[in-house]
Unconditional design. Structure first.
Length: 70
């Protein structure tokens, strides 16, 4: 499922680094030939058919995922 909000890999890496009290990730800013530039998903169908909506944002979800007492 998705949140309905586009999130970059850099944003995921940064949020995960923050959740783990790690250093900010270093990104070269360049892409390699053959790299997928953009992939996104839609949660519209599950919203329409089941009324489901994401209840946790990315930063909170990653913090919960890496919590030591989990």
């Amino acid at each position: 499922m998705g949140s309905g909000r586009v999130t970059t890999i850099g944003e995921v890496a940064s949020a995960l680094s923050t959740a783990m009290d790690g250093p900010e990730p270093v990104t070269p800013g360049a892409y390699r030939l053959g790299d997928v530039r953009h992939v996104t998903e839609s949660s519209q169908r599950i919203m329409d058919e089941l009324g489901w909506r994401a209840g946790t944002d990315l930063a909170a979800g990653l913090a919960d995922l890496v919590a030591p007492d989990r």
